[in-house]
Design a protein around this ligand. Structure first.
Ligand code: FES
Length: 168
């Protein structure tokens, strides 16, 4: 894998164990409106929707591949690149921007050696920018592994991530 491991050409081409996908899809086969919840559940398990997974979902739900890809690419909740074990979201809304979120983003990305939207080489973190998450009163805000951290300095943001890294 090259240094640009999130690019389309470098996505892992390893075989995917479809056992979990099959168990999930068993709940949705033949049901109307099944595609989005099925995609959500499958992504929840695998963290992202690789090409073999999307093809398998289309096959199992008896849908055109283009139809499934149309939904996957339309909704930002679906990921077609590998995702880390933990997602770090740095809010880039106005209130957080005014309170220094750009510097937090830059320092976190530098600390982890990634650009926003990328996964770290060890597969632990994905760093992404998000719009206002509705917690402007405690700006600047990051959400890491589902936990919200507010009123952060750059040092506190880095400490929060290091704690995650050490499993604290
Ligand atoms: S702008 Fe960041 S929480 Fe609203």
């Amino acid at each position: 894998m090259c240094a640009e491991s999130n690019k389309e050409c470098c996505k892992p081409k390893i075989a995917v164990d479809l056992t979990a996908a099959n168990e999930i899809l068993d709940q949705y086969r033949g049901k109307p409106g099944a595609l989005i919840p099925a995609l959500q559940k499958v992504q929840e398990h695998y963290r992202w929707l690789s090409q073999p997974l999307v093809e398998h979902i289309a096959r199992e739900l008896n849908m055109f591949l283009s139809e499934v890809y149309g939904v996957v690419s339309f909704y930002s909740q679906f990921y077609t690149s590998p995702r880390g074990e933990y997602t770090i979201q740095i809010c880039r809304g106005t209130a957080c921007h005014v309170k220094g979120s750009l510097r937090i983003l830059e320092q976190l990305a530098a600390e982890l050696g990634v650009e926003p939207g990328e996964m770290t080489r060890d597969g632990k973190f994905t760093v992404e920018e998000v719009n206002c998450i509705g917690a402007c009163g405690i700006a600047p805000v990051i959400v890491a592994g589902g936990k919200t951290f507010g009123s952060l300095t750059v040092a506190q943001a880095l400490a929060a991530i290091r704690n995650f890294d050490s499993g604290v």
